[in-house]
Design a protein around this ligand. Structure first.
Ligand SMILES: [Zn+2]
Ligand SMILES: [Zn+2]
Length: 393
């Protein structure tokens, strides 16, 4: 593996790692990234930037103008997760019950490093770059609020790029792919209402536990029997609750689940089949079944032309380390930016070599990644800017 870290980034690497550790040590939950935003602003205060803050409560849009040319945006998310850090690192979270377990601390550090480097290298590009620090990626759709508050407007961004440190791939690998890369992530509640009674005398009752069991089994037919087998989808029931005792037939059961799909049409199919199965089972067993389906993030889809730009940029940094990403049915609110303007979301391999056989997954309480990935990420952003906004252009 030969990595070609841009000299300006190599020079800044220690600083970038220090940014990451500071943010890691002081994590904040979605829409509460007050100190995080303050810290970011502090690091860039000497640089010639137009700052908009707060956007979407805690977000920052920093615009760097460097002569005539198009405008592109680079994005980082800022929020941490509501969990206790159990790992043993010197920069362990000092905020009880809050932890950067997804790597958004790294995204902030990468974007800060990119700002510093682009400021030093103004002769190597021409145009405008918007640096977007968004709140609340983890479930609250901070990106949607940033878009609604005009983060991509004035000046209008023609494209957007973002990345995620990715412990499912080794350090040095970069995963880039056109088309859908992360799933729509919806949630649903199902309330089953029957008629309770004595466990020894089921006649005359409508057993909500029995009806719920039919539902759990039947819902798995959506992916196995209705979805095109060459497409991806998941329906998972995560919680089932109801009943009273050994000898009581339950009158109510509540189920909670999630539905995932890569394509909007598959998402709609899953949604309508869920309703159909609930209605069908209700009619068959005489129960009342209510489905409350809530749309989460839509699928994340990379633009083919912008994916090519990202791939060229990444190859300059990581050569043949650039390949297919490790994909999952996870969701990402980068989607909301990518629905407004074409762009590409990149997976930055960050698994430590010593974790070779035992990858440390995102959202686990001892999450940690290879900090050398930070310089790789900043170099990729830098090369994207030089591709999109060439100095001679
Ligand atoms: Zn996450
Ligand atoms: Zn994340």
């Amino acid at each position: 593996m030969t990595l070609n870290i841009h000299p300006a980034i190599a020079e800044l690497e220690k600083q970038i790692i220090a940014y990451c550790r500071h943010v890691h040590q002081h994590p904040e939950l979605g829409f509460q990234e007050v100190e995080t935003a303050k810290y970011i602003l502090e690091q860039i205060k000497g640089i010639d930037l137009d700052i908009r803050h707060p956007v979407a409560r805690t977000g920052i849009v920093a615009t760097m103008r460097n002569g005539k040319g198009p405008c592109i945006a680079l994005r980082a998310d800022m929020d941490a997760l509501p969990m206790q850090e159990t790992g043993d690192v010197s920069y362990k979270s000092v905020n009880d019950g809050v932890m950067h377990a997804c790597g958004h601390d790294g995204h902030i550090a990468i974007l800060l490093g990119t700002i510093l480097a682009l400021d030093q290298l103004r002769d190597q590009w021409r145009g405008t770059v918007k640096f977007i620090f968004q709140p609340a990626e983890e479930g609250h759709g901070g990106a949607r609020h940033m878009v609604a508050e005009g983060a991509l407007k004035d000046p209008d961004a023609a494209a957007i790029f973002g990345l995620h440190v990715w412990n499912y791939q080794d350090f040095g690998a970069i995963g880039i792919k056109s088309g859908p890369i992360l799933a729509a992530a919806d949630t649903f509640d199902i309330a089953v209402k029957g008629v309770g009674g004595h466990g020894a005398m089921p006649q005359g009752t409508v057993d909500a536990v029995y009806v719920a069991a039919q539902l759990v089994v039947s819902l798995q037919s959506i992916v196995s029997r209705n979805l095109d087998p060459l497409q991806s989808g998941v329906v998972s029931i995560g919680q089932i609750q109801g009943g009273y005792n050994y000898n009581i037939i339950a009158d109510e059961v509540a189920l909670k689940g999630t539905a995932r799909a890569y394509r909007e049409e598959d998402r709609l199919l899953i949604k309508s089949r869920l309703q159909g199965i609930c209605d069908g089972i209700a009619a068959t067993y005489g129960a009342a079944i209510e489905l409350d389906y809530r749309d989460g993030y839509p699928p994340t889809v990379n633009d083919p032309a912008m994916t090519e730009v990202a791939r060229r940029a990444a190859r300059k940094v990581a050569g043949d380390g650039v390949g297919e990403p490790y994909l999952s049915m996870g969701g990402e609110d980068m989607t909301y930016f990518l629905r407004e303007v074409p762009g590409c979301f990149i997976f930055l391999g960050s698994a430590r070599p010593e974790h070779k056989d035992e990858k440390v997954p995102h959202h686990c309480s001892h999450f940690d990644f290879d900090e050398r990935a930070l310089a790789v990420g900043a170099s990729v952003f830098l090369e994207i800017v030089r591709e999109m906004l060439p100095a001679g252009g």
